[in-house]
Design a protein around this ligand. Structure first.
Ligand code: BDR
Ligand code: CA
Length: 309
């Protein structure tokens, strides 16, 4: 069974990914970043989620801001509290006292070569962890990153930029330039692998209490998705599927990807050397397609729907 360490900013699609992780793998920790909403909410949401599904996964609070410049969140998608503004009763649990970046370093050293690191948030904690331990990549079995827009079809006000990378481009630069090899699940792959609303609503109706909780916290995000008419996009869930089941990938290309840091319209863009002309290390295995049925089966099981026989 895969063992995961997850860096995340819950966030509605993060929540689905975390449910998937606990349904299909061992999870040694949730490291929390600011991103979709502020750190107090992302930490509170992570605690609420682990309490709701009754697992003892530790939650480590990380960086409250990007490394260099402040950035706007995505409360207009996820709800101002990141979990759909349902006014849920806060969790009784508390976050572990260790900083998320320190926890990444420690857990990787305790389990050399064992952990898959799944990065579902701006890469702030991970960049800091890399600065604390430059040998960090060698201590993980694998890194899967949700981020970027590999042909410039982004999802924030800077057109070619995706949220996780655009929120903290400097952190992304540290990770992309220093992590030798990682799987990259970009926003455009997530658009291609949106679920239909009908299929997703059926899952929510047929699942167990996890589906009930998810239906409540995702109401606003589902309405936002409907208003855009591109299907039910669950970006972090797709990245989690790739982490849980690498064989789900049907099409991928391996290239050098760098982060644009200059101020301007493309700050935070993921610049892909598609024709391998620049001589940079092919750091990213860019996931271009997955098996949709297997992806949706992983989601369905995480919502409590038994596999069809
Ligand atoms: C990414 O940004 C966040 O809003 C989501 O949680 C996901 O990690 C998609 O661009
Ligand atoms: Ca996220």
């Amino acid at each position: 069974m895969t063992t995961l360490l997850i860096d995340t900013d819950p966030g509605v699609d993060d929540a689905l990914a975390i449910l998937m992780a606990h349904a299909h793998a061992r999870v040694v920790g949730l490291c929390i970043a600011a991103g979709n909403v502020g750190l107090a909410h992302t930490v509170g949401n992570a605690l609420k989620l682990v309490e709701t599904i009754d697992v003892d996964t530790p939650v480590f609070a990380g960086c409250p801001t990007p490394l260099v410049l402040p950035a706007p969140g995505a409360g207009f998608v996820h709800g101002e509290d990141g979990f759909g503004d349902t006014a849920y009763l806060p969790a009784a649990r508390r976050a572990n006292g260790e900083h998320a970046a320190a926890a990444i370093v420690r857990l990787a050293r305790e389990r050399p070569g064992e952990l898959t690191l799944v990065a579902l948030a701006p890469l702030t904690n991970l960049a800091l962890a890399l600065r604390l331990d430059p040998d960090l990549p060698s201590r993980f079995a694998r890194l899967v990153v949700m981020g970027g827009a590999v042909t410039g079809h982004g999802n924030i006000h800077l057109a070619p930029v995706e949220f996780n990378i655009g929120f903290d481009p400097e952190a992304a630069h540290v990770v992309f330039s220093e992590w030798p090899q990682f799987d990259l699940v970009d926003w455009e792959a997530c658009l291609r692998h949106a679920m239909t609303f009908e299929a997703f609503e059926r899952m929510l109706a047929a699942g167990d209490e996890r589906a009930g909780f998810y239906a409540a916290i995702s109401r606003k995000a589902r309405a936002f998705n409907r208003s855009r008419g591109r299907g039910m996009i669950a970006a972090d869930a797709l990245a989690m599927a790739v982490a849980l089941d690498p064989a789900i990938v049907t099409r991928a290309e391996h290239h050098h990807v760098a982060i644009e840091l200059a101020a301007g319209l493309s700050r935070g863009a993921t610049v892909v050397d598609w024709h391998d002309r620049l001589g940079g290390r092919a750091n990213a295995n860019i996931v271009l397609g997955v098996d949709q049925a297997r992806f949706e089966a992983l989601v369905a099981a995480a919502l409590g729907i038994p596999a069809a026989r």
